[in-house]
Design a protein around this ligand. Structure first.
Ligand SMILES: [Zn+2]
Length: 317
């Protein structure tokens, strides 16, 4: 029997939004949150003033800091009010008490195991299928995940993330295409994005794995630095992979002309949750452009990866 997860999640919202004080307060705040929009070419960037995110955007994720803190995704450390909807007996879906979206879920593995995408992209696609109206996202262990020691996805209301619509109409330079989908790269939205749109979970997995195989992996890292968005639209699964070279931009900090920003999947998707009021007020189109250029893979590296993928799929024809 297939489970109607979206119905279970709707019930979870109703319960948590009436019984859990932190959730009532923080989602109440978000309902009236101050935003402004900056146009970056054909892409809209929504800036959201969200002080509750300070902990997340300034979190220490070095080994010693992680070791010293209780893991907030492990059952034993979670607030007693926090409820769970189980997914396939392997992940727990929960309301995120520090939201960026009007509906924001954390989807974490049951066991305390490191943040890795290897072998989990099909989970991500199935989750996206089971959660219509949501975009599921993954932050690499060094690309914005605030709990890199505990495997987790998140999910948020899809209509609040601008890039999901923009990708449908953007120019895609294709590596491979057939009657089941397309796979290519989009470079016109101010940050490079590898894009898959397919009716087939198997094909989506193959294409994603071929990308993962050719993305550069830095010394000391266990996987390429990436942020991933995955959602379901009219029968097609869409996967957007943002290749990264840095966790934090050079302008990270609290001094003059600096910003407390650690871009992650949601920021790559065009929604920037900004914790400090002065950052929210001061950030310009120029700053946004520079931050994307600074933390994303360089145009030359994107071209090298694209050439490898084109050659690989051309040789298979
Ligand atoms: Zn844990």
């Amino acid at each position: 029997m297939t489970c109607n997860y979206i119905e279970e999640i709707d019930h979870l919202w109703q319960r948590q939004l009436t019984k859990w004080d932190a959730v009532i307060k923080n989602y109440g705040y978000l309902a009236n949150v101050t935003t402004r929009v900056v146009e970056l070419g054909d892409s809209s960037i929504v800036l959201q003033y969200n002080p509750e995110r300070l902990k997340s955007s300034s979190a220490d994720i070095d080994y010693a800091s992680l070791k010293a803190r209780p893991c907030f995704l492990c059952d034993k450390n979670q607030p007693k009010e926090q409820e769970t909807v189980m997914w396939e007996g392997r992940y727990k879906m929960q309301v995120n008490p520090y939201p960026i979206f009007s509906r924001h879920l954390t989807i974490s593995a049951l066991e305390h195991s490191p943040q890795r995408i290897d072998g989990r992209i099909t989970d991500m696609m199935h989750l996206a299928k089971d959660l219509p109206g949501y975009v599921v996202f993954y932050n690499g262990p060094r690309c914005g995940a605030s709990a890199p020691d505990h495997m987790h996805f998140q999910a948020g209301s899809i209509d609040e993330l601008p890039i999901c619509d923009e990708l449908f109409t953007a120019n895609t330079a294709l590596f491979d295409a057939n009657n089941r989908g397309i796979f290519g790269v989009i470079t016109e939205l101010g940050r490079p994005v590898f894009y898959i749109e397919t009716m087939s979970i198997d094909l989506g997995e193959q294409w994603f794995n071929s990308l993962q195989d050719v993305l550069p992996v830095k010394n000391g890292h266990v996987e390429p630095m990436i942020n991933i968005l995955c959602w379901h639209n009219s029968g097609a699964l869409c996967i957007a992979v943002f290749p990264r070279r840095k966790h934090r931009p050079a302008c990270y900090g609290t001094g003059e002309d600096q910003f407390v920003l650690s871009p992650a999947s949601v920021d790559m998707g065009g929604l920037w949750a900004i914790a400090r009021e002065e950052d929210f007020n001061n950030l310009t189109l120029h700053d946004i452009t520079l931050i994307y250029m600074d933390v994303c893979l360089s145009p030359q590296d994107v071209e090298d990866v694209s050439t490898k993928l084109r050659q690989y799929y051309y040789s298979k024809r």
